[in-house]
Design a protein around this ligand. Sequence first.
Ligand code: FAD
Length: 428
Amino acid sequence: MSRLLLRRLPTRALVHRPSHAVRTYASSTPAVPQFNWEDPLGSRNLLTEEELAISETAERYCQEHLLPRVLQAYRDEHYDPKILQEMGELGLLGATINGYGCAGVSTVAGALITRAVERVDSGYRSSMSVQSSLVMGAINDFGSAEQKDKYLPAMAKGKIIGAFGLTEPNHGSDPGSMEAVAREHPQKKGYYLLKGSKTWITNSPIADVLVVWAKLQETGKIRGFLVDRKQCPAGTLETPAIKNKTGLRASITGMIHLEDCPVPKENMFPDIEGLKGPFTCLNSARYGIALGVIGALEDCIARARAYALERKQFKGNPLAKYQLIQKKLADATTDAAYGTLAAIQVGRLKDEGKATPEMISMIKRQNCDRALHNARVLQEIFGGNAVSDEYMIGRHVANLYVTQTYEGQSDIHSLILGRAITGVQAFV
Ligand SMILES: Cc1cc2nc3c(=O)[nH]c(=O)nc-3n(C[C@H](O)[C@H](O)[C@H](O)COP(=O)(O)OP(=O)(O)OC[C@H]3O[C@@H](n4cnc5c(N)ncnc54)[C@H](O)[C@@H]3O)c2cc1C
């Protein structure tokens, strides 16, 4: 496969961030508006021609190339790193970054890509989000010129794989209490020694470069380090996989153990200090998740609707004829439509520099909660068949539990919003 996305799209679609002043809207309004259950509130009308083209190409790749392999990958708990290379060839990685071989598309276009990937599987989207938002985003936002030149072009092609290590065995929701530490190397000038453990880290067993957040011993401040696997002496970096997961089985997750791992000072992000570093990267990833999970929910809706129209119970009636079934579909479709509009709005504000972290907390929390709740309810429409993985819905339900948990569990986002609403801190 070659750079399919780039070839199928007009060059300007991927090279230039659409400007609000020149935005052109899709103009396919029919004479008599028709209700479309797949886009009930007409969100397509809010997208530029470029964004529609990017979305359609990403959807086509995902349906043609990811969907056929996801069932087996999920059963085997196997992640094929070639997927990142395929995505790289299509221009899907770090798509919102300008330069370094990245496409430089709008924030909304980037999230339409995550929606397309997550329509197939949240695990594939997680691996892509870590590469794009958490690692490439961190390097782009905080890296030195040398760090950007060294890593971003190869990461955009999926030839270097990244992981992002913030969570620790004893500190998940409260990363400020992290124990990982970096101290000056006692013998080797120009080096730090990193010590500590991170857990539940997407991509860590296969990552070439790991963004690790640790406290600098001399200041007590959190700093970001690029731990390059090739530079680590034997026994100083271990990244065992966490096996037998009950969700996100089509992605690979592991730990990071650093045992006095020597890291050159030039691998530290030069200026960013404190939680602002990891939280900035998390904000971008959380934005992508907010629209991504709608892709998973929309897949559940489409599959439940098709099943309800096909399956007959009582006097040969399709399940779709019953009011209780229709209510489940109406609730899920409404939440998907509202979630899409909210994510597009926040994406537009983000590109204008007007989005706040609380807005992103709000859409991440709401969309993840509603996607998980509705997927669980839609699962009921399949009756016993929902228990077979071939009906696909159980996999989405298991995955969506994880999306509600990582990158700030929903209750933690409630506390972020509660603090912003009342001015009172409830974390302690
Ligand atoms: C498959 C998977 C992939 C992941 N990938 C990554 C990754 O790539 N990089 C990374 O750094 N991390 C990753 N994570 C970790 C994830 O971000 C954490 O699991 C998450 O932040 C929650 O932390 P925790 O599991 O320690 O839960 P805890 O912090 O122990 O929380 C447990 C429960 O208590 C609640 N709680 C905690 N504190 C409070 C409070 N003050 N008030 C009220 N309720 C509270 C939480 O909301 C939650 O419901 C991943 C996790 C999974 C499962």
